[in-house]
Ligand binder design. Structure first.
Ligand code: CNA
Length: 320
């Protein structure tokens, strides 16, 4: 989308939280652009928050640039780096945050044009955002594909490997390897469990035939977009061909807007469409009309209160 990019100029008529409330009230086609900040209240770390973000935790992996964890060439070389980190982002429950519930509320009020999410935790679906209103710009953990034979599985199939930080291997590759080895027999390990199960505990340490088969089988890669990979075609099609002429308000929540091309979304939308930003830290490289800095769950709850909408969520305290 770079070709379409323009430097945004602030609209002088929108400044205050009252302006934000009136914009929410009158808008009918809102683009909500979200990032990792909307899931941190659930215990899922973001990338760049100092101290708690994943990048702060990656120094001990000896990476010169923490983004390398999501670099496709490095994944092909050594998938264990990604697998050692993925378990932290993969949600262990279907719980969603008050901010997810707020986006759902916009949908229920008929105001949500599209939720462009950079998140890969798949929690928008659990919050009830309709697939036709959701663009998962960086894919998600919902499915995984073998990097060798392209065999696709539901991520539930590799969930235990993901959660254990173990590199998941492709079942279809393993089957094929065994088909060409007719003498192969499944072995029992000394503790009575099958060799395959033993592999799940530690294929790296094992030396038996079965474990060697598994270790050379293709690696499963969750269908998230790594640096160096194209974004889904739907992202561009929806933004340029569908949303650009309809949008009447842009709401950016919980993202540092540092990852292109999603960071460029704000620059390709019509200049007269107001844009608001909700996050803990200011976003110095974009001129939003209204910046609301702080915890996003608190801010959306307050916005709902002022608009007169009831935001129902177990984490939202009702002050009478
Ligand atoms: P980021 O660069 O880490 O930025 C997150 C932003 O959210 C920062 O500006 C924080 O200050 C802010 N923030 C954190 N917590 C809150 C909060 N409670 N309230 C308000 N603001 C908060 O992450 P981005 O999303 O900008 O970067 C895009 C990457 C992150 C995408 O490629 C994702 O796939 C990737 N990611 C996703 C997840 C997830 O799916 N939950 C987790 C970690 C990383």
């Amino acid at each position: 989308i770079c070709r379409e990019l323009q430097k945004r100029v602030k609209l002088p008529q929108y400044n205050t939280i009252d302006d934000a409330v009136s914009l929410l009230n009158k808008s009918k086609n809102i683009i909500v652009l979200t990032g990792a900040g909307i899931s941190t209240s659930l215990g899922i770390p973001d990338f760049r928050s100092k101290g708690t973000g994943l990048y702060s935790q990656l120094e001990n992996l000896g990476l010169s640039d923490p983004q390398e964890v999501f670099d496709i060439s490095l994944f092909r070389e050594d998938p264990s780096i990604f697998y050692s980190v993925a378990k932290d982002i993969l949600p262990s429950s279907t719980k969603f945050s008050p901010t997810h519930a707020f986006i759902r509320l916009l949908q229920d009020k008929g105001k949500l044009l599209t939720n462009f999410t950079q998140n890969i935790d798949n929690l928008e679906g659990h919050a009830g955002i309709l697939p036709e209103k959701l663009i998962q710009c960086h894919g998600s953990f919902a499915t995984a594909t073998c990097i060798e034979c392209k065999y696709k599985v539901d991520c539930q199939k590799i969930y235990y490997d993901l959660k254990a930080g173990k590199v998941a291997r492709c079942d279809q590759c393993i089957r094929k390897i065994r088909e060409v080895k007719p003498g192969f027999k499944r072995k029992r390990s000394s503790n009575g469990s099958t060799g395959a199960r033993k592999k799940r505990q530690s294929y790296e340490d094992s030396t038996d035939d079965e474990d060697e088969d598994i270790a050379v089988a293709g690696v499963m890669k969750p269908d998230i977009t790594f640096f160096g990979e194209d974004l889904p075609k739907r992202f561009h099609d929806r933004l340029i061909d569908h949303d650009r002429d309809k949008v009447d308000l842009v709401l950016v929540i919980g993202t540092s807007l540092k990852v292109a091309p999603v960071s460029e979304v704000v620059g390709v939308l019509p200049r007269d469409v107001p844009q608001m930003y909700i996050s803990r830290e200011p976003c110095s490289h974009v001129d939003f009309d209204i910046d609301m800095l702080g915890d996003c769950d608190t801010i959306v709850t307050e916005l709902c209160r002022r608009v007169g909408w009831e935001l129902q969520h177990e984490m939202v305290r009702e002050d009478k």
